[in-house]
Design a protein around this ligand. Structure first.
Ligand SMILES: *[C@@H]1O[C@H](CO)[C@@H](O)[C@H](O)[C@H]1NC(C)=O
Ligand SMILES: *[C@@H]1O[C@H](CO)[C@@H](O)[C@H](O)[C@H]1NC(C)=O
Length: 532
């Protein structure tokens, strides 16, 4: 939400993950559906409001609403959800930026936000997710609280004395000293900056998060504006020693939102105290055919803990940037078939087209939670990825680029070869991507997107022809399909681990005759962004 003010620097942000190794390991194989509680689903018996995003007020979604729609999320193969902040927010007359329907305007961290339900409702959501083998990730705001005055009465916050905050000053984003000690927001909605170098603050935050995670059985935290915290001068945006302590107390996986420099280097520096990984350079490369992120030294980063996304609550919807449905499908396939934890922002499965905040926080209910083409495509990607993770060492393998050209890229991770393109939906006669694979001539592969059979050519060659349009091609050795639930194969229930959604046997078939598409990134740039 703070991105109202930081929007211009969104291109520079990245996710960085940090936390306990064991829990990070448990998250590595997950797939996350990100939703805004107020906009995802209203509980049964409640009228589905006409939700005008420009009004920036509550539309009626609740934790019970989410509970009743968990099938919708799990049937698409997701194994975790990330929900908006749950803690009490500002209660008062609407501000010039509306009401805190998004949950990012923290008041008292020790209370829940009554607009979204009761403590029992949140516990029930957590329990329902766990019964399904799914994880709950909760967004938390630690850096600041919200006020409507630059001289707030602090008695309503967790930290009740002004000595726990930096004195008011507006942030000058061109000055890094100002960034660490000044307040985000503006004079109408200032965000008092908690002094996270204060030992009492560190201790109380630790106690708070420990109790909070335990009470609601939370599996992971997404930390808003985690880089804006005060920091020592050697780290660009973060007080490096705050997070290990905080996340250690939480005892769960922490995924941070980080605003780094345009360069990749400062983000790479996070590797010390944090299990850091960046994905915004990938987003940027995928988004913009003409933006090449600096190659940077990302070799030491743990790519498998990146949060890979194409949309979020601060960015324009993908289809606002690129209307061709295949642009989305090819880019999504990248996020699922390479290293990283795929994250899909609710509504992406329905091709929403809004530009940024507040328009990109649409109510989902007008979609009817329908089984759209993109919903089915995502289901197929999740099913394939879940199967590979369950039955092979795919997660620990490294993506290797086989070839890249102005039309696209071919890469292999584990046994799966993906060929992605930016040629777009219309037929592109004469356009090919030809690559060598490690497979022997005549070996049988299945393209799980269309369920068509492929045969490896001489010298291991694979040739993808775009005369029917730019469909993503994802090739799996046919003998590995068994038990996957893909392309007519039964899902092997015995091997099925908790948390894997019911794969939908033939969902991929419906893509067989669709025109395919895409007009996005310079794939070479993507490779560079990954340091490949
Ligand atoms: C993207 O958003 C802009 C700004 O609101 C709008 O004018 C444009 O029509 C949108 N583009 C698409 C493809 O929806
Ligand atoms: C969506 O539609 C596909 C194709 O008809 C079908 O295989 C799949 O089961 C459906 N998914 C859901 C959740 O209904």
């Amino acid at each position: 939400m703070f991105c109202n003010w930081l929007y211009t620097s969104y291109l520079l942000s990245a996710f960085v993950t940090f936390g306990l190794a064991a829990t990070a390991d448990e998250w590595r194989g997950r797939s996350i559906y990100q939703l805004l509680t107020d906009r995802f689903a209203v509980p049964s018996g409640t009228l589905e409001s006409h939700c005008d995003t420009s009004k920036r007020t509550w539309c009626g979604g609740t934790w019970n609403g989410i509970r009743e729609r968990l099938d919708y999320i799990q049937n698409a193969g997701f194994t975790a959800i990330w929900i908006s902040p749950v803690n009490q927010n500002y209660e008062g007359p609407p501000t010039v930026y509306g009401d805190p329907y998004h949950g990012y305007w923290t008041a008292d961290l020790t209370q829940l936000n009554s607009h979204f339900g009761t403590s029992d409702d949140l516990k029930a959501l957590s329990a329902d997710l766990h019964r399904r083998g799914m994880y709950l990730m909760v967004d938390v705001v630690i850096n600041h609280v919200m006020s409507i005055s630059t001289t707030p009465d602090y008695s309503g916050y967790l930290f009740k004395d002004e000595s726990f905050y930096h004195p008011y000053c507006p942030i000058d984003y061109s000055d890094s000293t100002s960034e660490k000690i000044c307040w985000m927001g503006d004079e109408m909605v200032p965000l008092p900056d908690v002094d996270t170098t204060n030992p009492t603050v560190i201790k109380r935050y630790g106690e708070w998060v420990q109790g909070f995670v335990k009470e609601y059985s939370i599996d992971g935290l997404r930390i808003d504006a985690s880089d804006i915290l005060t920091y020592s001068d050697s780290e660009r945006h973060v007080q490096a020693d705050f997070w290990p302590e905080f996340c250690g107390k939480a005892g769960v996986f922490c995924m941070g939102e980080v605003f780094g420099g345009a360069e990749v280097d400062p983000i790479a520096n996070w590797q010390g105290p944090l299990d850091s990984v960046l994905n915004f350079p990938v987003y940027t490369a995928l988004r913009d055919a003409y933006t090449i992120p600096g190659p940077g030294d990302v070799a030491g980063l743990d790519m498998s803990l990146l949060g890979n996304f194409l949309e979020n609550h601060d960015l324009p919807r993908w289809h606002n940037l690129s209307v061709d449905p295949q642009s989305l499908h090819n880019a999504m396939a990248w996020n699922f078939m390479t290293e990283g934890i795929p994250i899909v922002y609710y509504g992406q499965e329905h091709g929403f087209t809004a530009p940024g905040d507040p328009d990109n926080r649409e109510a989902l209910w007008p979609s009817g939670y329908a089984n759209s083409t993109t919903y089915q495509f995502i289901t197929m990607l999740n099913q394939l990825r879940n199967t590979l993770i369950r039955t092979t060492d795919w997660l620990s393998t490294e993506t290797v680029i086989l070839t890249s050209s102005p039309h696209g890229v071919a890469f292999i991770k584990g046994t799966v070869i993906s060929v992605l393109t930016n040629v777009g939906s219309p037929p592109s006669i004469g356009t090919h991507i030809t690559t060598k694979s490690p497979y022997p001539v005549s070996m049988r592969l299945t393209n799980v997107v269309t369920c068509q059979q492929w045969v490896v050519g001489s010298g291991g060659s694979i040739d993808v022809d775009y005369s029917l349009g730019g469909v993503p091609v994802i090739l799996l050795p046919s003998n590995q399909l068994e038990g996957s639930g893909l392309c007519g194969e039964q899902l092997d229930e015995v091997k099925r681990s908790g948390g894997q959604a019911d794969p939908l046997g033939s969902s991929a078939l419906s893509f067989r005759s669709r025109p395919y598409t895409l007009l996005l990134a310079s794939w070479t740039a993507v490779g560079l962004g990954l340091g490949l």
